[in-house]
Ligand binder design. Structure first.
Ligand code: PLP
Length: 390
């Protein structure tokens, strides 16, 4: 972060908008024209929208015709999670949703599936799904003649842990399942390719990768795959999501997606090095600190730490007052102080889970941010530790 006043470690909640995205947003805001209108202004707007669709599709290796712009990552997840799916007009109804207990609440609620039609794949102590348990569940459904919709996130928002989605998708496909993956935290941070993952639908969100908030996409591997529309009305987005498209937000999303993809190869190791420097210094200087996930494949930008006995909010506020922004537990729904369902599913004891703090870096993070955070930890931690002991 270039400002000398604060250091921002909450990219997993919302990343700062990238300059290219802000520029595209403003340029599009300053032009008029409904993307469905036939006049010149409308056609220019349509052209900006379709350019953005290509940029977003390119980020995840998809056909632009498979991209449905939505109002958020949440809406993309909700649109995907329905029993009412068809392909090329042929019904592909799904009777049960098979997902994981570590999903974001945007998925975990099951949406258009009845509560008793949602099943959770057990996870291990790092929050990774147990593939043999998935096999058993899939076999049971196949035997009963049920087609599952399987939804497994690429990377977790609280811990950064990466799921074996490609392997799970391969197994699920063999049982005729439809497969969705929430790539909201992964897209733009690690390579995400819809074909390589072997999933049918992928959710992504603009504000996690430097676009504008309130903008997302559900990407279909096959543009003819169609989850029943959530919002009916006009025929926008090929009838998959009605409502005049938010062209400025899409333009910003496209610009952010393009720059995230362009910089991925250099940004991944750069951000991982910053995160690793932060973690190793903290672990070395403060043996009381617990690194909740370390030795597992995870996003390069996310660190989940806990100071047992010190509530997350206490550490968060102390850091915030000193100019370091972090989040407690699942910060997407800010204000939430309940212990994280992700850490609970991993079997993390409640005392530790209640102390968990997430630090997430991104495109704007620089070495000074890490040094500022370390300096701040050095100032505030001894005091918090003394109070904890008292
Ligand atoms: N899925 C995951 C994994 C997330 O982390 C989030 C938000 O943090 C969402 C979905 C929801 O995305 P949005 O904030 O765009 O609605």
């Amino acid at each position: 972060m270039t400002t000398t006043e604060r250091s921002y470690f909450d990219h997993n909640a919302t990343a700062p908008i990238r300059p290219e995205a802000a520029e595209a947003l403003l340029a599009a805001l300053n032009r008029t024209g409904n993307a469905s209108a036939i006049h010149g202004e409308g056609r220019a707007s349509r052209s900006r929208l379709e350019d953005a669709r290509k940029q977003v599709a390119d980020l995840v290796g998809a056909d632009p015709a498979g991209v449905v712009f939505t109002s958020s990552g949440t809406e993309a997840d909700v649109l995907a999670l329905t029993p009412d799916i068809s392909r090329g007009g042929e019904p592909l109804a799904c009777n049960v949703l098979v997902t994981t207990p570590v999903e974001h609440s945007a998925v975990l609620r099951g949406h258009r599936f009845a509560a008793d039609r949602v099943e959770l794949i057990p996870v291990d102590a790092r929050g990774r799904i147990k593939l043999d348990a998935l096999d058993t569940m899939l076999a049971g459904h196949a035997e009963a003649g049920r087609r599952p919709l399987v939804s497994i996130m690429v990377a977790n928002n609280e811990t950064g842990v990466i799921q074996p989605v490609a392997e799970a998708a391969r197994r699920a496909r063999a049982h005729g399942a439809v497969i969705h993956s929430d790539a909201v935290q992964a897209a733009g941070r690690i390579p995400v390719d819809i074909g390589a993952l072997g999933v049918d639908m992928l959710s992504i969100s603009a504000h996690k990768l430097g676009g504008a908030p309130g903008s997302g996409a559900l990407v279909m591997a096959d543009p003819d795959l169609r989850p029943a529309a959530l919002i009916a009305g006009g025929g926008q987005e090929r009838g998959r999501r009605a409502g005049s498209e938010n062209v400025p937000a899409a333009a910003a999303f496209g610009a952010a997606a393009e720059s995230a993809k362009r910089d991925l190869a250099t940004e991944m190791p750069r951000i991982a090095a910053l995160r690793d420097r932060l973690e190793s210094a903290l672990r070395c200087e403060f043996p009381e600190l617990v690194l909740l996930v370390g030795d597992v494949e995870r996003l390069p930008n996310t660190s989940c730490i806990a100071l047992p006995g010190v509530p997350s909010e206490t550490l968060l506020i102390a850091l915030d007052l000193a100019g370091v922004a972090v989040s407690a537990g699942s910060a997407c729904s800010s204000g939430k102080v309940a212990p994280s369902h992700v850490l609970a599913a991993m079997g993390v004891p409640e005392r530790i889970a209640r102390s968990a703090v997430r630090m997430s870096l991104g495109w704007s993070s620089v070495e000074e941010d890490v040094e500022r955070a370390l300096g701040t930890f050095r100032r505030v931690l001894p005091n918090l530790l003394r109070r904890r002991a008292a």
